[in-house]
Ligand binder design. Structure first.
Ligand code: GRF
Length: 230
């Protein structure tokens, strides 16, 4: 396991205020169905960007033809696609992704089901400001198959973890976690129903965490994330 290089302390960036409260700029990265993105869109719509503390200024993806991009388009949010195969090297892809993302000047980047590991340049630009959601209780079961691996291991509880991204695979400082019970019948479908139950908890957790980070600010102290209190 790699050591976390995360900055010693990070204050939520301050930006010009609109009205009485700062409204943070979010870029959300997706690779699939985008239900986490939808949960963020719905919360911002329901509360209003000022009360929620943030708005989504763009949605980026690593592939075309996914429901996540359609959700963004339906909400009238700009989208961009950066495909690895359109670039000669992984570094060039990372450079392009970082540049496209930077164009929207995000305060926070939310990796919500984004199935790529971002590279050095992306982290250099956005380190300490990239939030990821993972469908297992880290540090257990990192990687692409967190749900399946927890089930195969025989874990009795699993869940989801919202964490800051560092240069490891799902190794960054943990912000919040939600617990989901594993049921005997979950073996029957290879974890599909379990993943759906995890995603219900995950969406709520992500909406809560992104709102709190945006509204109240935070510090990252080594592995500890300190949320400020309103
Ligand atoms: C989530 O469970 C996320 O943790 C995992 O993929 C799922 C994405 O779901 N990496 P969605 O695209 O937000 O519906």
């Amino acid at each position: 396991m790699r050591e976390s290089p995360v900055v010693a302390a990070h204050q939520s960036p301050s930006r010009p205020r609109t009205g009485s409260r700062p409204v943070r700029r979010l870029v959300v990265l997706v690779s699939g169905s985008g239900t986490n993105l939808q949960a963020l869109l719905d919360a911002i719509e329901a509360h209003g960007p000022e009360a929620y503390g943030a708005r989504i200024v763009a949605v980026g993806a690593d592939r075309d033809g996914i429901e996540g991009l359609e959700r963004a388009k339906r909400a009238g949010i700009p989208t961009y696609v950066c495909r690895v195969r359109d670039h000669a090297t992984r570094e060039e892809w990372d450079h392009a992704l970082a540049g496209a993302t930077a164009g929207y000047e995000p305060d926070l980047v939310v990796s919500a089901g984004f199935m790529k590991i971002v590279g050095k340049e992306f982290l250099a630009r956005f380190g300490g400001r990239v939030v990821n959601t993972h469908p297992a209780l880290l540090p257990s079961f990192p990687g692409t198959h967190g749900v399946r691996d927890a089930l195969a291991y025989g874990a009795k509880v699993t869940g989801c973890t919202v964490h800051f991204v560092d240069d490891g695979v799902d190794t960054g400082p943990i912000i919040a976690q939600g617990v989901v019970e594993v049921l005997d019948e979950d073996d029957a479908d290879g974890g599909a129903a379990l993943h759906e139950r995890i995603k219900e908890v995950e969406r709520e957790l992500l909406v809560d965490v992104v709102g709190r980070l945006s509204r109240d600010g935070y510090r990252i102290e080594g592995r500890k994330v300190r949320l400020q209190h309103g």
